[in-house]
Design a protein around this ligand. Structure first.
Ligand SMILES: C[S@@+](CC[C@H](N)C(=O)[O-])C[C@H]1O[C@@H](n2cnc3c(N)ncnc32)[C@H](O)[C@@H]1O
Length: 358
Protein backbone atom coordinates (compact mmCIF):
# COMPACT_ATOMS: atom_id res chain seq x y z
CA UNK A 1 0.00 0.00 0.00
CA UNK A 2 1.38 3.38 -0.96
CA UNK A 3 1.38 5.70 2.01
CA UNK A 4 -0.54 8.94 1.55
CA UNK A 5 0.34 12.20 3.19
CA UNK A 6 -3.07 12.10 4.87
CA UNK A 7 -2.27 8.86 6.73
CA UNK A 8 -1.49 10.73 9.92
CA UNK A 9 -1.00 8.88 13.21
CA UNK A 10 0.44 11.31 15.71
CA UNK A 11 -2.00 12.46 18.38
CA UNK A 12 -3.29 9.46 20.28
CA UNK A 13 -5.78 11.45 22.32
CA UNK A 14 -7.88 12.44 19.31
CA UNK A 15 -7.86 8.90 17.89
CA UNK A 16 -10.18 7.64 20.62
CA UNK A 17 -13.28 9.48 19.47
CA UNK A 18 -12.59 8.94 15.79
CA UNK A 19 -11.72 5.23 15.82
CA UNK A 20 -10.59 3.96 19.21
CA UNK A 21 -14.11 3.52 20.55
CA UNK A 22 -15.08 1.32 17.59
CA UNK A 23 -11.72 -0.38 17.39
CA UNK A 24 -12.21 -1.54 20.98
CA UNK A 25 -15.49 -3.25 20.12
CA UNK A 26 -13.83 -5.00 17.18
CA UNK A 27 -10.90 -6.03 19.37
CA UNK A 28 -13.30 -7.66 21.84
CA UNK A 29 -14.95 -9.66 19.07
CA UNK A 30 -11.57 -10.59 17.62
CA UNK A 31 -10.33 -11.88 20.99
CA UNK A 32 -13.50 -13.97 21.32
CA UNK A 33 -13.03 -15.35 17.82
CA UNK A 34 -9.39 -16.31 18.47
CA UNK A 35 -10.37 -18.12 21.64
CA UNK A 36 -6.76 -18.63 22.67
CA UNK A 37 -5.56 -20.42 25.74
CA UNK A 38 -4.24 -18.62 28.81
CA UNK A 39 -0.63 -17.93 29.54
CA UNK A 40 0.55 -17.00 26.05
CA UNK A 41 3.08 -14.40 24.94
CA UNK A 42 1.34 -11.88 22.69
CA UNK A 43 2.87 -9.34 20.33
CA UNK A 44 0.52 -6.58 19.10
CA UNK A 45 1.86 -5.11 15.85
CA UNK A 46 0.68 -1.57 15.09
CA UNK A 47 -0.70 -1.30 18.62
CA UNK A 48 -1.58 2.38 18.21
CA UNK A 49 -3.09 3.71 21.40
CA UNK A 50 -3.11 0.22 22.90
CA UNK A 51 -6.70 -0.81 22.24
CA UNK A 52 -6.04 -4.44 21.28
CA UNK A 53 -3.18 -4.84 23.77
CA UNK A 54 -5.52 -3.74 26.55
CA UNK A 55 -8.27 -6.12 25.43
CA UNK A 56 -5.83 -9.04 25.26
CA UNK A 57 -4.47 -8.18 28.69
CA UNK A 58 -7.95 -7.96 30.18
CA UNK A 59 -9.51 -10.98 28.52
CA UNK A 60 -6.91 -13.50 27.44
CA UNK A 61 -5.00 -14.06 30.68
CA UNK A 62 -1.72 -13.62 28.80
CA UNK A 63 1.67 -14.35 30.15
CA UNK A 64 3.04 -11.24 28.46
CA UNK A 65 1.79 -8.55 26.06
CA UNK A 66 4.05 -6.21 24.11
CA UNK A 67 2.70 -3.66 21.65
CA UNK A 68 4.74 -2.16 18.83
CA UNK A 69 3.90 0.94 16.82
CA UNK A 70 5.80 3.42 14.70
CA UNK A 71 4.03 6.47 16.12
CA UNK A 72 5.66 7.93 19.20
CA UNK A 73 2.50 9.90 19.95
CA UNK A 74 0.31 6.80 19.82
CA UNK A 75 2.74 4.72 21.85
CA UNK A 76 2.77 7.51 24.44
CA UNK A 77 -1.02 7.29 24.67
CA UNK A 78 -0.85 3.49 24.78
CA UNK A 79 1.55 3.53 27.71
CA UNK A 80 -0.87 5.71 29.62
CA UNK A 81 -3.84 3.48 28.76
CA UNK A 82 -2.69 -0.11 29.06
CA UNK A 83 -2.26 -1.99 32.34
CA UNK A 84 1.16 -1.85 33.95
CA UNK A 85 1.94 -5.39 32.88
CA UNK A 86 1.72 -4.44 29.19
CA UNK A 87 4.65 -2.87 27.41
CA UNK A 88 4.63 -0.61 24.36
CA UNK A 89 7.57 0.08 22.11
CA UNK A 90 8.19 2.47 19.23
CA UNK A 91 9.29 0.34 16.27
CA UNK A 92 8.53 -0.46 12.64
CA UNK A 93 6.22 -3.38 11.88
CA UNK A 94 8.28 -4.17 8.80
CA UNK A 95 11.32 -4.88 10.94
CA UNK A 96 10.20 -6.11 14.33
CA UNK A 97 12.92 -5.67 16.94
CA UNK A 98 12.29 -9.08 18.47
CA UNK A 99 13.97 -12.44 18.13
CA UNK A 100 12.76 -15.29 15.96
CA UNK A 101 10.22 -17.72 17.39
CA UNK A 102 9.82 -16.05 20.77
CA UNK A 103 6.06 -15.36 20.79
CA UNK A 104 2.99 -17.55 20.88
CA UNK A 105 0.65 -15.10 19.16
CA UNK A 106 1.34 -12.12 16.90
CA UNK A 107 -1.75 -10.00 16.28
CA UNK A 108 -2.49 -6.78 14.48
CA UNK A 109 -5.61 -4.64 14.67
CA UNK A 110 -6.67 -2.31 11.84
CA UNK A 111 -3.08 -1.81 10.75
CA UNK A 112 -2.20 -4.25 7.98
CA UNK A 113 -3.61 -2.05 5.21
CA UNK A 114 -1.39 0.84 6.28
CA UNK A 115 1.82 -1.13 5.94
CA UNK A 116 3.81 -0.76 2.71
CA UNK A 117 3.95 -4.50 1.94
CA UNK A 118 1.30 -6.54 3.79
CA UNK A 119 2.75 -9.93 2.80
CA UNK A 120 6.22 -8.95 4.01
CA UNK A 121 4.68 -7.60 7.21
CA UNK A 122 2.81 -10.86 7.84
CA UNK A 123 5.95 -12.87 7.07
CA UNK A 124 7.71 -10.74 9.67
CA UNK A 125 5.00 -11.60 12.20
CA UNK A 126 5.37 -15.27 11.25
CA UNK A 127 9.12 -15.04 11.84
CA UNK A 128 8.68 -14.10 15.47
CA UNK A 129 6.09 -16.70 16.52
CA UNK A 130 7.10 -20.17 17.59
CA UNK A 131 6.34 -23.20 15.48
CA UNK A 132 2.59 -23.71 15.69
CA UNK A 133 2.17 -20.12 16.91
CA UNK A 134 -0.70 -17.98 15.71
CA UNK A 135 -0.56 -14.94 13.41
CA UNK A 136 -3.86 -13.08 13.22
CA UNK A 137 -5.25 -9.70 12.29
CA UNK A 138 -8.38 -7.78 11.45
CA UNK A 139 -8.98 -4.87 9.11
CA UNK A 140 -12.05 -2.78 8.39
CA UNK A 141 -13.99 -3.70 5.29
CA UNK A 142 -13.62 -0.21 3.83
CA UNK A 143 -15.11 -1.17 0.50
CA UNK A 144 -18.46 -2.28 1.88
CA UNK A 145 -19.07 -3.00 5.50
CA UNK A 146 -17.44 -0.08 7.31
CA UNK A 147 -20.61 2.02 7.40
CA UNK A 148 -19.58 5.50 8.51
CA UNK A 149 -16.32 5.54 6.54
CA UNK A 150 -18.06 4.19 3.42
CA UNK A 151 -20.61 7.00 3.69
CA UNK A 152 -17.87 9.54 4.36
CA UNK A 153 -15.92 8.66 1.21
CA UNK A 154 -19.05 8.52 -0.92
CA UNK A 155 -19.93 12.03 0.30
CA UNK A 156 -16.38 13.27 -0.28
CA UNK A 157 -16.32 11.89 -3.85
CA UNK A 158 -19.74 13.38 -4.55
CA UNK A 159 -18.41 16.87 -3.77
CA UNK A 160 -14.81 16.35 -4.90
CA UNK A 161 -14.36 13.61 -7.55
CA UNK A 162 -10.58 13.70 -7.10
CA UNK A 163 -11.08 12.26 -3.61
CA UNK A 164 -11.64 8.89 -5.27
CA UNK A 165 -7.87 8.35 -5.20
CA UNK A 166 -7.97 8.57 -1.41
CA UNK A 167 -11.03 6.36 -0.89
CA UNK A 168 -9.89 3.69 1.56
CA UNK A 169 -12.24 1.20 -0.07
CA UNK A 170 -10.25 1.49 -3.29
CA UNK A 171 -6.83 1.90 -1.74
CA UNK A 172 -6.95 -1.07 0.59
CA UNK A 173 -7.69 -4.11 -1.55
CA UNK A 174 -6.16 -6.27 1.16
CA UNK A 175 -9.23 -5.62 3.30
CA UNK A 176 -11.25 -8.39 1.66
CA UNK A 177 -11.32 -11.98 2.94
CA UNK A 178 -9.94 -13.53 -0.28
CA UNK A 179 -6.95 -11.19 -0.29
CA UNK A 180 -6.31 -11.70 3.40
CA UNK A 181 -6.31 -15.48 2.92
CA UNK A 182 -3.85 -15.15 0.05
CA UNK A 183 -1.52 -12.87 2.03
CA UNK A 184 -1.53 -15.35 4.92
CA UNK A 185 -0.83 -18.28 2.62
CA UNK A 186 1.89 -16.35 0.75
CA UNK A 187 3.53 -15.62 4.09
CA UNK A 188 3.80 -19.40 4.61
CA UNK A 189 1.04 -19.72 7.21
CA UNK A 190 -1.25 -22.73 7.36
CA UNK A 191 -4.76 -23.48 8.62
CA UNK A 192 -5.80 -20.06 7.40
CA UNK A 193 -9.31 -18.91 8.20
CA UNK A 194 -11.23 -15.68 7.92
CA UNK A 195 -14.39 -14.40 9.57
CA UNK A 196 -16.46 -11.23 9.56
CA UNK A 197 -16.58 -9.14 12.70
CA UNK A 198 -19.49 -6.72 12.85
CA UNK A 199 -19.85 -4.09 15.55
CA UNK A 200 -22.49 -1.41 16.12
CA UNK A 201 -21.36 2.19 15.63
CA UNK A 202 -24.04 4.33 17.24
CA UNK A 203 -23.53 8.09 17.22
CA UNK A 204 -25.48 10.27 19.65
CA UNK A 205 -26.16 12.77 16.87
CA UNK A 206 -24.57 14.03 13.66
CA UNK A 207 -22.02 16.13 15.54
CA UNK A 208 -20.83 12.98 17.28
CA UNK A 209 -20.19 11.44 13.87
CA UNK A 210 -18.73 14.52 12.14
CA UNK A 211 -16.53 16.17 14.76
CA UNK A 212 -13.96 13.34 14.91
CA UNK A 213 -13.35 13.92 11.19
CA UNK A 214 -12.04 17.37 12.16
CA UNK A 215 -9.36 15.96 14.45
CA UNK A 216 -6.80 15.15 11.75
CA UNK A 217 -5.85 11.54 12.64
CA UNK A 218 -6.05 8.91 9.89
CA UNK A 219 -6.71 9.16 6.15
CA UNK A 220 -10.25 10.60 6.16
CA UNK A 221 -9.66 13.27 8.83
CA UNK A 222 -6.30 14.02 7.16
CA UNK A 223 -8.16 14.66 3.92
CA UNK A 224 -10.74 16.87 5.67
CA UNK A 225 -7.94 18.92 7.19
CA UNK A 226 -6.65 19.66 3.69
CA UNK A 227 -9.97 21.20 2.51
CA UNK A 228 -10.99 24.84 2.53
CA UNK A 229 -13.74 25.66 5.06
CA UNK A 230 -16.28 25.91 2.23
CA UNK A 231 -15.31 22.52 0.76
CA UNK A 232 -15.32 20.99 4.22
CA UNK A 233 -18.87 22.23 4.77
CA UNK A 234 -19.93 20.69 1.48
CA UNK A 235 -18.60 17.29 2.50
CA UNK A 236 -20.24 17.64 5.90
CA UNK A 237 -23.62 18.49 4.32
CA UNK A 238 -23.38 15.62 1.83
CA UNK A 239 -22.56 13.22 4.65
CA UNK A 240 -25.36 14.60 6.80
CA UNK A 241 -27.82 13.98 3.98
CA UNK A 242 -26.59 10.44 3.50
CA UNK A 243 -26.87 9.04 7.02
CA UNK A 244 -30.11 7.67 8.45
CA UNK A 245 -31.32 9.23 11.69
CA UNK A 246 -33.46 7.69 14.37
CA UNK A 247 -36.28 9.64 16.02
CA UNK A 248 -33.97 10.87 18.79
CA UNK A 249 -31.42 12.12 16.25
CA UNK A 250 -28.98 9.33 16.86
CA UNK A 251 -27.35 7.54 13.95
CA UNK A 252 -27.04 3.79 14.14
CA UNK A 253 -24.64 2.21 11.65
CA UNK A 254 -22.52 -0.88 11.70
CA UNK A 255 -18.85 -1.46 10.99
CA UNK A 256 -17.60 -4.73 9.58
CA UNK A 257 -14.04 -5.91 9.82
CA UNK A 258 -12.52 -9.08 8.41
CA UNK A 259 -10.47 -11.19 10.76
CA UNK A 260 -7.86 -13.64 9.53
CA UNK A 261 -5.69 -16.16 11.32
CA UNK A 262 -3.14 -18.81 10.47
CA UNK A 263 -0.46 -20.81 12.15
CA UNK A 264 3.21 -21.12 11.60
CA UNK A 265 3.63 -24.54 10.04
CA UNK A 266 4.28 -27.39 12.40
CA UNK A 267 4.60 -31.07 11.70
CA UNK A 268 2.82 -32.38 14.75
CA UNK A 269 0.91 -31.19 17.77
CA UNK A 270 0.02 -27.80 16.33
CA UNK A 271 -2.12 -25.67 18.56
CA UNK A 272 -2.72 -22.26 19.96
CA UNK A 273 -2.11 -23.79 23.37
CA UNK A 274 0.39 -22.21 25.72
CA UNK A 275 3.95 -23.38 25.69
CA UNK A 276 4.66 -25.90 28.39
CA UNK A 277 6.97 -24.47 31.05
CA UNK A 278 10.02 -26.27 29.68
CA UNK A 279 9.04 -25.27 26.13
CA UNK A 280 8.73 -21.64 27.20
CA UNK A 281 12.12 -21.87 28.83
CA UNK A 282 13.52 -23.09 25.54
CA UNK A 283 11.95 -20.31 23.54
CA UNK A 284 13.26 -17.70 25.88
CA UNK A 285 16.58 -19.38 26.52
CA UNK A 286 17.43 -19.58 30.20
CA UNK A 287 16.00 -16.17 30.76
CA UNK A 288 12.61 -16.04 32.36
CA UNK A 289 10.73 -12.81 32.69
CA UNK A 290 11.91 -10.27 35.19
CA UNK A 291 10.08 -10.80 38.42
CA UNK A 292 8.61 -14.02 37.06
CA UNK A 293 8.55 -15.96 40.27
CA UNK A 294 5.65 -18.28 39.49
CA UNK A 295 4.79 -20.18 36.32
CA UNK A 296 2.76 -18.16 33.90
CA UNK A 297 3.15 -14.79 35.57
CA UNK A 298 4.51 -11.78 33.81
CA UNK A 299 5.84 -10.53 37.10
CA UNK A 300 5.70 -7.04 38.46
CA UNK A 301 6.98 -4.21 36.36
CA UNK A 302 9.19 -2.00 38.41
CA UNK A 303 8.37 -4.08 41.47
CA UNK A 304 10.75 -6.97 41.63
CA UNK A 305 9.59 -10.48 42.43
CA UNK A 306 11.58 -12.68 44.72
CA UNK A 307 13.32 -15.62 43.13
CA UNK A 308 16.48 -17.58 43.19
CA UNK A 309 18.05 -15.78 40.25
CA UNK A 310 18.33 -12.32 41.69
CA UNK A 311 15.71 -10.77 39.39
CA UNK A 312 14.40 -8.53 42.13
CA UNK A 313 17.86 -6.96 42.31
CA UNK A 314 17.82 -6.38 38.57
CA UNK A 315 14.41 -4.78 38.71
CA UNK A 316 15.38 -2.61 41.63
CA UNK A 317 18.29 -1.27 39.66
CA UNK A 318 16.06 -0.68 36.66
CA UNK A 319 13.36 0.96 38.71
CA UNK A 320 16.00 3.28 40.02
CA UNK A 321 16.76 4.26 36.43
CA UNK A 322 20.13 2.53 36.41
CA UNK A 323 19.55 -0.77 34.65
CA UNK A 324 23.24 -1.41 34.15
CA UNK A 325 24.61 -3.50 31.31
CA UNK A 326 23.92 -6.90 32.81
CA UNK A 327 20.37 -6.05 33.82
CA UNK A 328 19.58 -4.44 30.50
CA UNK A 329 21.00 -7.45 28.69
CA UNK A 330 18.88 -9.83 30.73
CA UNK A 331 15.75 -7.79 30.20
CA UNK A 332 16.36 -7.64 26.48
CA UNK A 333 16.86 -11.36 26.39
CA UNK A 334 13.82 -11.97 28.55
CA UNK A 335 11.54 -10.08 26.21
CA UNK A 336 13.30 -11.06 23.01
CA UNK A 337 13.40 -7.35 22.30
CA UNK A 338 16.49 -6.00 20.60
CA UNK A 339 17.65 -2.44 20.39
CA UNK A 340 15.56 -1.36 23.32
CA UNK A 341 16.55 0.19 26.57
CA UNK A 342 14.67 0.17 29.80
CA UNK A 343 13.99 3.59 31.20
CA UNK A 344 12.38 4.60 34.38
CA UNK A 345 9.18 6.52 34.02
CA UNK A 346 7.88 8.35 37.06
CA UNK A 347 4.33 7.27 36.44
CA UNK A 348 4.63 4.00 34.57
CA UNK A 349 7.53 2.17 36.18
CA UNK A 350 9.65 0.40 33.62
CA UNK A 351 9.12 1.29 29.99
CA UNK A 352 10.75 0.30 26.78
CA UNK A 353 12.10 2.55 24.12
CA UNK A 354 13.88 1.72 20.96
CA UNK A 355 17.37 3.02 20.58
CA UNK A 356 19.49 3.22 17.49
CA UNK A 357 21.74 0.27 18.25
CA UNK A 358 19.59 -2.54 17.01
C1 LIG B 1 -5.76 2.49 12.46
S1 LIG B 1 -4.42 2.52 13.56
C2 LIG B 1 -4.74 1.03 14.49
C3 LIG B 1 -4.24 1.12 15.90
C4 LIG B 1 -4.72 0.01 16.83
N1 LIG B 1 -4.16 -1.27 16.47
C5 LIG B 1 -6.21 -0.05 16.91
O1 LIG B 1 -6.77 -1.09 16.58
O2 LIG B 1 -6.81 0.91 17.32
C6 LIG B 1 -3.05 2.07 12.53
C7 LIG B 1 -1.74 2.06 13.29
O3 LIG B 1 -0.71 1.56 12.42
C8 LIG B 1 0.48 2.20 12.80
N2 LIG B 1 1.49 2.01 11.75
C9 LIG B 1 1.42 2.43 10.47
N3 LIG B 1 2.54 2.05 9.80
C10 LIG B 1 3.31 1.38 10.70
C11 LIG B 1 4.57 0.73 10.63
N4 LIG B 1 5.28 0.70 9.50
N5 LIG B 1 5.05 0.14 11.74
C12 LIG B 1 4.34 0.15 12.91
N6 LIG B 1 3.15 0.74 13.03
C13 LIG B 1 2.64 1.35 11.94
C14 LIG B 1 0.06 3.63 13.00
O4 LIG B 1 1.01 4.38 13.72
C15 LIG B 1 -1.26 3.44 13.73
O5 LIG B 1 -1.07 3.44 15.12
Amino acid sequence: MKEQRFDVWAAGATYERYMGRWSRLAAEEFATWLNCADNLRWLDVGCGTGVLSAVVTARCRPRMVVGIDRSEGFVGSARAAVPLSTHCIVADAMSLPVRDETWDVAVSGLTLNFLPEPTAAVAEMARVVRTGGLVAAYVWDYAEGMGFLRRFWDAAIETDPSAVALDEGRRFAVCRPERLSKVWADAGLVDVSTAPIEVPTVFADFADLWEPFLAGQGPAPGYVASLTPADRDQVRDALSAAVPRRLDGSIALTARAWAVSGRRAVHSGASCAPAAPEEAGGALGDHRLPGDHRPGSLGARGGGGQNAHGRSRILSRCAAGIPGRAAEYRLRRSYGVCGAVVRKSRTRGLTWERNSSK
